[in-house]
Design a protein around this ligand. Structure first.
Ligand SMILES: [Zn+2]
Length: 265
C-alpha cells in the first residue's frame, strides 16, 4: 500500500533520519518541498531548487517515491523588500517563479510550493504585494497543469473559497493545495486541503474519497525529531485507522490521490 506525506522539508543531514523513521512504519512516498526562507537573491533561490532536486534523487535511490516542489517562500519577501525595495524584490520573486516553472517543464520537479502570503498579521501593503505575486503564480501556471501549494494564514471555509476564486480569476481552475489546512474536507470550493496528520484530523477525513492530503510539515532532524510533526505520523495514522476499522481499500482510494494529482501515472 502506498502511504504519502504531502509536505516534508529535508536537508542532507536530516534525510537519513527521516527515511528510517518514515519507511519503518510503512511510508512509501512524499512531497519534498524546498525551504527557501533564507534566500535573498535569484541565485540563492536557484541553488535551493537544485539542492532540493538532488535531495529528491537521493531519496529515490533509497527507495522512496518523491514528488518535488520548488518555489519562493512568501515570508522572506518582507525582509528582502526592506533591504532592496519593492520593485527589485517583486522582480526576484517573479523570476524565481519563472525558473521553478522552467525546471518543472523540463521534468526536474513536479509542483510549485510552498508559495503564497505570510501566515501572520502584517501590513496591508505586504499582503497586497504578496497577493499580487500569487496572481502572477496562478496566471503563469494556469495553462500548464502545474500544481500550486499555498502557504497562507489559516483559513476557514469562506477563506478557502475566496482563495480559489482568486485562482480562478487568474485562469487557474484546479490543482491548488492549501498547505497546513484546517480539516475542511467539503465546502472548500475544491481547493485541496492538506491537513496535519494528527489523530483527530485523520479520523475526520473522508476516507474512500479522493481530494485531500495528510502532511507532517516535517522540518526536524535527529536532534529535533518532532518538528513540526514526527516523520512517521502519516503511516502511523494509517495503521491507527485500520485498527479502528476503516477499510484498507477506502484508505487506499484517498492515499492514491497524489498519483493522479501530481501526474505520476
Ligand atoms: Zn512547509
Amino acid at each position: 500500500m502506498k502511504i504519502f506525506d504531502n509536505h516534508v522539508h529535508l536537508t542532507s543531514s536530516s534525510l537519513d533520519f527521516f527515511v528510517k523513521r518514515f519507511t519503518k512504519e510503512g511510508g512509501t512516498s512524499i512531497n519534498l518541498v524546498n525551504l527557501t526562507e533564507s534566500c535573498f537573491s535569484l541565485d540563492e533561490f536557484s541553488k535551493k531548487y537544485d539542492e532540493t532536486i538532488s535531495l529528491g534523487k537521493r531519496l529515490r535511490d533509497k527507495g522512496l517515491e518523491v514528488v518535488v516542489s520548488i518555489g519562493p517562500y512568501p515570508v522572506n519577501y518582507i525582509e528582502m523588500k526592506e533591504k532592496i525595495g519593492i520593485e527589485k524584490t517583486m522582480d526576484i520573486y517573479r523570476k524565481a517563479l519563472d525558473l521553478a516553472i522552467k525546471l518543472i517543464e523540463e521534468g526536474s520537479a513536479n509542483a510549485i510550493g510552498e508559495v503564497g502570503r505570510p501566515h501572520f498579521e502584517t501590513s496591508v501593503e505586504n499582503m497586497e504585494e504578496s497577493n499580487s505575486i500569487m496572481d502572477y503564480i496562478f496566471q503563469m501556471t494556469a495553462d500548464k497543469d502545474i500544481p500550486v501549494i499555498l502557504h497562507t494564514e489559516s483559513l476557514d471555509s469562506i477563506g478557502m473559497c475566496e482563495l480559489m476564486k482568486k485562482a480562478k480569476r487568474n485562469g487557474k481552475n484546479s490543482l491548488v493545495v492549501k498547505h497546513f489546512s484546517s480539516p475542511i474536507f467539503s465546502e472548500n470550493c475544491e481547493i485541496v486541503p492538506s491537513v496535519p496528520a494528527g489523530r483527530s484530523n485523520a479520523r475526520a477525513a473522508p476516507w474512500g474519497k479522493a481530494g485531500f492530503f495528510l502532511e507532517t510539515d516535517f522540518a526536524g532532524d535527529e536532534n529535533n525529531p518532532n518538528f513540526v510533526l514526527p516523520a512517521d505520523s502519516v503511516p502511523k495514522r494509517v495503521t491507527m485507522l485500520i485498527q479502528e476499522g476503516v477499510g484498507q481499500d477506502r484508505i487506499e482510494v484517498s492515499m492514491n490521490f497524489y498519483r493522479e494529482f501530481y501526474r505520476l501515472d
